[in-house]
Design a protein. Structure first.
Length: 562
């Protein structure tokens, strides 16, 4: 058979002749009414027998209008074309296929996976070792644990707040990181084990960098073979159930312990697990909540299809062009797609911002790492926006309108960045004793000067949140080398551990002699600048201030030696 050139989105006209991709095959599902579409040997979606017949008729010679009359004469052309676009979005048409993930896989913008393909045998062995329990027994046990954990959380509300906003001992932090790493492994293993218990085969498992965070993963795409969508939802929620159950157990154990370091670590573990569960249930990113929603609706490739609808709607709104059928024929497809585009951006910016605040005042090395991380995010963002604009430009819109609208958008953003005032702040450490406080920065060189009289907010800092404990103004700016405990610069305590630091300035406390913690973080307001100046100051100038000052001091010492 002669193979025609791949069809593009703009070419899907009534005379277009799409061709089924070479790697597509069909497998009978467990229930008689369904078929599994296989793409390069990997389940892609569940379809009816009529859809299989239509897919097999995509021979690269038959025009779409003939296929429409043959398979869906009672449906409108727009509805039929939407189905074909769904095939294309799923990678089933020639020219749009992608190889299934292997041992290495990169998924834009911030996901890199390293996997083993021996996961089916591994989970098969684990399944034989685990005591079989009914789904109802597991569900009832988890429900009881969550109920008891909720009661324990209410009884320990004060401890929960204190754990959020107080430094954690270094030993507790090491324990917490180790336990959370193990729980991540158990979380992913729960997905794979549940799929195996239902008769599926986890295809891949391994380690990944997911939105700048290290994590484990298990590929449960084989769940599309399962006839019951409730089983597929259970597979998706098995992971969050592990973290939720551990959070409940940690709170119950903490309730029975006296006020010790172990109890604080357990409370913080419970908070971290609860946060992981909440983030995992966000449906706009490829987290477990999205997989559960996709499985419950029985809509494969839900996110990719709604993103396509959202991007097409946004392109049409900005640049005009013809209206295209939706890939997902639901009223919420466009807003869900736009939210799916925006959610990763918000998550990455939040993660970078929190990381920058956590290491603020930590010296030149950490400042350099923050700037490098910001640079990676900016580069990836520019690449993604450029690709989106290129796709919009090639979608058949008016070139004159495209250039005019793009110029207007760039001009608006540039002018708004100049005109909109934004407060600029710098985060330092502070040390308080006898009702007096001084501002600190790590390192032995002079730091960025803070102006005398600048407002200061003093905060007690924890790993997950900060609590305001006092305020004042900068007084007597000076640079005096000193040594301070670890928790004066980071939300971590370690007995006998001190760091070299610089006393940047004193603080004239507004309340006279308030009861302040011995150490914490201080947010100094440096004035108001426009958006661009603020971004440059907070993202580049302030993190690199220590490096610049140390370099200046070295130059001065070199000059004096000569």
């Amino acid at each position: 058979m002669r193979r025609r050139a791949p069809q593009t989105a703009a070419a899907l006209t009534p005379d277009a002749r799409p061709l089924l991709a070479a790697g597509v095959a069909f497998e009978k599902g467990a229930d008689e009414a369904a078929w599994i579409v296989m793409l390069q040997g990997v389940p892609s979606s569940r379809v009816s027998g009529a859809v299989v017949d239509m897919l097999m008729a995509l021979d690269g010679e038959t025009p779409l209008h003939a296929l429409h009359m043959r398979f869906a004469a009672a449906e409108s052309w727009e509805s039929f074309l939407g189905l074909v676009l769904r095939f294309r979005a799923s990678g089933l048409l020639d020219g749009d296929t992608k190889l299934p993930p292997g041992r290495w896989d990169y998924r834009p913008p911030f996901t890199l996976q390293i996997a083993t393909l021996r996961a089916p045998a591994l989970f098969g062995r684990v399944d034989h070792l685990v005591v079989p329990l009914s789904g109802r027994a597991v569900g009832a046990t988890v429900a009881v644990l969550l109920g008891l954990g909720f009661v324990a959380a209410i009884l320990q509300a004060g401890e929960l707040r204190s754990a959020l906003t107080s430094p954690i001992p270094l030993s507790g932090l090491v324990t917490l990181v180790a336990v959370l790493s193990l729980l991540t492994l158990l979380h992913e293993s729960a997905h794979g084990l549940t799929l195996t218990r239902f008769g599926g085969r986890p295809r891949r498992a391994g380690f990944m960098i997911f939105y700048l965070t290290p994590a484990f993963f298990v590929d449960v795409t084989d769940g599309w073979r399962l006839p019951d969508r409730r089983q597929r939802v259970a597979i998706a929620l098995a992971g969050p159930a592990v973290h939720a159950a551990v959070a409940a157990v940690a709170l119950l154990v903490a309730l029975a312990l006296p006020d010790t370091e172990v109890r604080r670590t357990l409370v913080l573990l419970a908070l971290a697990c609860a946060a992981i569960v909440l983030v995992n249930l966000i449906p706009f990113v490829r987290f477990d909540g999205y997989i559960a929603l996709m499985s419950a609706l029985d809509e494969p490739n839900l996110r990719a299809r709604t993103i396509r609808d959202g991007a097409n709607s946004l392109t049409r709104f900005l640049f005009g062009g013809q209206k295209t059928p939706k890939s997902l024929n639901r009223w919420w497809s466009v807003p869900f797609g736009l939210a799916s585009l925006l959610a990763p951006v918000v998550l990455v910016l939040f993660a970078v911002g929190r990381a920058a605040r956590a290491v603020a005042g930590g010296g030149p090395v950490l400042g350099l790492l923050v700037v490098a991380l910001e640079a990676v995010v900016v580069v990836v963002g520019v690449v993604l926006v450029s690709r989106a604009l290129h796709r919009a430009f090639r979608s058949g819109v008016s070139r004159l309108r495209f250039v005019a609208v793009l110029a207007a958008l760039v001009s608006t953003v540039a002018v708004a960045g100049v005109l909109i005032p934004v407060p600029v702040t710098v985060t330092l450490g502070f040390s308080a004793q006898g009702g007096r406080a001084v501002l600190l920065h790590a390192g032995g060189a002079a730091e960025t000067e803070v102006p005398e009289g600048a407002p200061v907010v003093l905060m007690r800092s924890g790993l997950l949140a900060d609590e305001r404990v006092g305020e004042g103004t900068v007084t007597r700016p000076r640079a005096i080398p000193t040594e301070v405990p670890l928790d004066a610069l980071f939300p971590v305590t370690a007995e006998g551990v001190s760091l070299p630091a610089v006393i940047v300035a004193g603080v004239d406390l507004a309340d006279g002699n308030p009861k302040l913690p011995a150490t914490g973080q201080a947010r100094v307001e440096l004035g108001v600048r426009n958006v661009w100046q603020s971004l440059w100051a907070t993202g580049v100038t302030l993190p690199l201030a220590t490096l610049q000052s140390e370099r200046a001091e070295e130059d001065e010492n070199e000059r004096l030696r000569h």
